[in-house]
Design a protein around this ligand. Structure first.
Ligand SMILES: [Zn+2]
Ligand SMILES: [Zn+2]
Length: 339
């Protein structure tokens, strides 16, 4: 039997270890993807540390996958081998539960399918995915550029395009890391008056380079007051992991404005009075489904949005993971297989 390289976690909290495995065969409704690149995301710690219920081990992490369709299982329609595809966090959906029938595939009720968590992901030469998890990849996006768009990209793009903000309105992106550096680019390309908020004046050139029209140094200035001076933000996209940084910008929302949270944080304490008087809201946004991924890739190819990446070969996945967890990476870490 032909074998492949895979990087697995054998137990919760265990190390990432390079192993040889048999190349898997796709079951009905599923496909095999020959992985070219896989982004290393902070959410891979869910698998590494066992932070999700009922993960079975050993498990291969990775949910920012770009590759080539290599084999189709029985009953797969609409796809053919040789196509370039992406697989993200959304690991497929049933199509028949109430949520799926309402068009809310992200909330599929039958089971929670998460790539690299409930099934083996992209830290490998090959991986298996349900056909419902596949996104088409435009020819002019290379695999390393496209991989982070499958999680960091879709999360920021899909939140912004569903935020209710319209072109020319003020949209602020709080944080300028792996999510934020994409969020600023998407906000500018979507036609919003784009404000980047980060700590320190030294980040302003980067923010401007990414397309921000305004920059607020939240260390030196009251970010809420600075947003009010710009007329108030229709949307603040919060990509940071600090709850206090999120609540500090609430006063900068315009009437009817929304604080949209995509960064996982500790519980927030929020004064309801300004929410009531200004009809403001606080909401969260989940990344999206396979068609949202596909549209993120298509928009990025069209508009020139690209992640900044550091690449590591698959064998060095443990180093790549440590680099990502250190918070020092600029800005997304991507594994390459050479396939
Ligand atoms: Zn992710
Ligand atoms: Zn369903």
């Amino acid at each position: 039997m032909a074998t492949m390289r895979a990087v697995q976690v054998a137990r919760p909290g265990g190390p990432l270890e390079l192993v040889e495995r048999n190349i898997p065969e796709p079951a009905a409704g599923a496909v095999r993807v020959k992985v070219q690149a896989c982004g290393v995301c902070h959410s891979d710690s869910v698998t590494k540390e066992g932070l999700f219920p009922n993960i079975t081990y050993p498990r291969v992490p990775g949910h920012e996958i770009i590759g080539i369709l290599d084999a189709l299982g029985p009953d797969v329609r609409g796809w053919s081998t040789g196509q370039r595809v992406g697989v993200g966090w959304h690991g497929g959906n049933c199509g028949y539960c109430d949520a799926c029938r309402r068009g809310d595939a992200f909330a599929c009720e039958t089971e929670t399918l998460v790539t690299g968590v409930t099934s083996d992901g992209g830290y490998a030469d090959y991986m298996i995915a349900p056909a419902t998890a596949l996104a088409r990849v435009p020819a002019d996006l290379d695999a390393v550029e496209a991989a982070p768009l499958m999680c960091a990209g879709i999360t920021t793009f899909n939140a912004l395009r569903n935020s209710g903000a319209r072109p020319s309105e003020v949209v602020a992106v709080l944080g300028l890391g792996g999510l934020g550096h994409l969020g600023v680019q998407f906000a500018a390309k979507l036609g919003f008056k784009t404000v980047a908020i980060a700590r320190g004046q030294d980040k302003e050139p980067l923010a401007r380079q990414l397309g921000a029209h305004h920059y607020i140094d939240s260390r030196a200035h009251d970010a809420a007051a600075a947003l009010r001076e710009l007329g108030g933000a229709k949307v603040v996209l919060a990509t940071v992991t600090s709850g206090s940084a999120m609540t500090a910008v609430l006063g900068g929302l315009a009437p009817g404005g929304t604080l949209m949270i995509i960064g996982v944080t500790e519980p927030l304490t929020i004064d309801p009075v300004p929410l009531i008087l200004g009809r403001k809201s606080v909401s969260g946004w989940y990344s999206g489904t396979s068609i949202d991924s596909q549209e993120t890739l298509a928009f990025s190819a069209l508009s020139g949005v690209r992640p900044m990446t550091e690449t590591f070969p698959l064998e060095r996945a443990a180093d790549a993971y440590d680099r990502m967890m250190s918070g020092e990476a600029r800005f997304r870490v991507v594994l390459t297989t050479g396939n």
